[in-house]
Write a protein that binds this ligand. Structure first.
Ligand code: ARG
Length: 461
């Protein structure tokens, strides 16, 4: 039965129920709705609306219902209730009759849904935080397993300069650290309690909003009732933080897809996260990585969708806002799956260190070194850049590496080049010269890796 029947002579059409009902997706907030109702019943009792016995029987019935929900004993799909709030009230009414009909005193589904969804988002964001930490852990253990591995670093997808593989891992760790800090930041703004704001103007019953907020684990009550019932910034922020995090996961996936390709051959992915082709027996496809990349489409779309939904809404509540749920619920599910599968991908891949090293030595990735060498000899960088470019052309013509050019050839290009240039062009020398904070020298990368391992230990403790 609808919660609002009195004003109506006729019932809802089937099509209206299809467009209007949210129980098919908002049932996921059942536990939050029950938690909110328990705290509301306590507030009503303290405000003198419910007797102690009434409150106790409500709390008992609500707790029993919660236990049934968490055991998965309730089949929401067979219910014809409009939404989770109506569902919970109907279930209570069935066991308690008139006492249950007192629970909604002074409350509206508007402050109720805003509270429930904040609780739902909070709970899921806290578990996403743990997922992100697990990805950081997997990246750090990848880096530790391959401390000496070197890969080509790219710009424009052209070999640019060599970097330690651990440096690549740590680059993604930095991105994930920012994602974590965005998550924490969002959790602070989200953690304000709308309950007690009524439909839009505040409740008439003398409940203690500070106490309600505290009991629900919020930092405090929302300060304006109109805003409290119509604000969905927290959902938008969640979608933005999810989108940015997924964008990072997607870029990592893209790198790994390329590293795993036959052309690069830097690594091979585990059997458990790849699939075969129905036609070509030799294939082993990076499906998990492709889906980490592909699922960004719907997640970014969910952010865009809710922004558009919200932009023209007058204060306060409008039913348009019910559209905040499906996209956010889907986003959180996909986000969780992608973070978890990226851990499996990282844990199960194996790096071909030899092939990586060979690739890092190809493509004239040490040409900058030759220029820097000439700079040390007092030649202006712009000139040195030009000379090194000529050396690259000479090496290409001879089909050899820069360091394989005979000294006569180098000196023909510029007389200042001496045989002391060769050790400087060697791979390790190129890497270790970048011994500056944030650079890819062994010393810097090792330091960064140990710092992050320590940080992670404290975060996981
Ligand atoms: N299912 C609704 C939602 O998700 C609950 C609030 C209904 N409020 C109302 N005034 N009809 O937004």
């Amino acid at each position: 039965m609808a919660l609002w029947g009195g004003r109506f002579a006729g019932g809802s059409s089937d099509m209206f129920k299809q467009v209007n009902d949210s129980l098919p997706f908002d049932y996921v907030m059942a536990e939050q709705d029950i938690f909110g109702s328990i705290i509301w019943s306590r507030a009503l009792q303290k405000a003198g609306v419910l007797s102690v016995e009434e409150q106790q029987s409500l709390e008992q019935a609500l707790s029993d219902l919660k236990a049934q929900v968490s055991k998965g004993e309730i089949d929401f799909a067979v219910s014809t209730e409009e939404d989770i709030h109506s569902f919970v009230e109907a279930a209570l009414t069935e066991t308690l009759g008139d006492t249950a009909r007192k629970l909604h005193t002074g409350r509206s589904r508007n402050d109720q849904v805003a509270t429930d969804f904040r609780l739902w988002c909070r709970e899921h964001l806290l578990s996403i935080k743990q997922d992100v930490l697990q990805v950081i852990k997997a990246l750090l253990s990848c880096a530790s397993r391959h401390e000496n591995a070197v890969i080509p670093g790219y710009t424009h997808l052209q070999r640019a300069q060599p970097v330690y593989f651990a440096h690549w891992c740590l680059a993604y760790v930095e991105m994930l650290k920012r994602d974590l800090s965005r998550l924490e930041d969002l959790l602070v703004r989200l953690n304000q309690c709308p309950l007690g704001c009524g439909a839009l103007a505040g409740t008439t019953f003398p409940v203690d909003r500070y106490e309600i907020a505290e009991e629900l684990g919020f930092d405090g009550p929302c300060l304006n009732s109109l805003d409290a019932v119509s604000d969905r910034d927290f959902v938008l922020e969640l979608l933005f933080v999810a989108s940015t995090s997924m964008m990072h996961i997607s870029r990592m996936a893209e790198d790994l897809i390329f590293y795993n390709s036959g052309e690069a051959g830097f690594l091979s992915l585990g059997d458990s996260v790849t699939s075969g082709s129905s036609l070509m027996p030799q294939k082993k496809n990076p499906d998990a990585l492709e889906l980490m990349r592909g699922k960004c489409g719907r997640v970014f779309g969910n952010l865009q969708g809710l922004l558009v939904t919200m932009k023209g809404l007058p204060l306060a509540y409008n039913k348009d806002m019910q559209e905040d749920k499906e996209g956010a619920i889907d986003t959180v599910n996909q986000w969780h799956i992608c973070l978890c599968i990226s851990v499996e991908v990282l844990d199960s891949m194996s790096l071909n260190e030899e092939r990586c090293r060979t690739a890092a030595q190809q493509g004239y990735a040490n040409a900058t070194e030759l220029a820097d060498y000439l700079v040390d000899k007092g030649i202006p960088f712009r000139t040195a850049h030009d000379i090194s470019g000529q050396a690259v052309v000479a090496a290409i013509a001879k089909k050899c590496a820069l360091e394989e050019l005979p000294i006569e050839d180098l000196q023909a290009i510029h007389p200042e080049i001496d045989s002391d240039v060769y050790p400087k062009l060697a791979l390790e020398a190129v890497l270790n010269k970048r011994n500056i904070l944030g650079g890819t020298s062994k010393e810097m990368v090792t330091k960064a890796l140990y710092l992050e391992l320590e940080r992670l230990d404290t975060l996981l403790a």
